[in-house]
Design a protein around this ligand. Structure first.
Ligand SMILES: [Zn+2]
Length: 143
């Protein structure tokens, strides 16, 4: 019986150590700087610049019926957007970087196709943007 308690205690300690070893959210030190860097590296600086055009938030997001909401981009006006990066689901730096690129492709599509139906958010244009990023090595450390 004593061994059983010892085993139970070790199991609890091991699980506590695992929880503490999990990556912490908000790994990107400066998401606005990452956006600006990606904008220059992969979008030739064509996306809106500056915090009066793109506001990046790391607050928790509600995406409605989706189970996991890694990120979300909302268009405020013709060239103004809010990118939200979930601190819950983006639990590695690579995941946060992928989410940022994903959201930046939404902005790319809205900028180049302002009349596109919002229901087609992940349609051909958005997918082409993501494939183009992959072709230029943006996903090399992510996928
Ligand atoms: Zn999306």
């Amino acid at each position: 019986m004593k061994k059983l308690w010892l085993l139970l205690g070790l199991t609890v300690l091991a699980s506590m150590a695992f929880v503490q070893a999990r990556p912490k959210a908000k790994l990107i030190a400066d998401p606005t700087a990452l956006y600006e860097a990606y904008n220059e590296m992969y979008f030739l600086g064509a996306l809106p610049k500056g915090s009066n055009h793109v506001l990046i938030s790391a607050e928790e997001i509600s995406c409605g019926i989706e189970e996991k909401c890694y990120g979300q981009t909302s268009q405020i006006s013709r060239h103004q957007y809010v990118i939200q990066i979930s601190p819950i689901y983006n639990d590695t730096l690579a995941q946060e970087e992928e989410t940022m690129l994903h959201e930046m492709c939404h902005i790319r599509v809205w900028e180049s196709h302002p009349d596109l139906d919002a229901k087609n958010a992940h349609g051909y244009e958005w997918q082409s943007c993501m494939v183009n990023l992959a072709d230029h090595g943006a996903m090399a450390d992510i996928w």
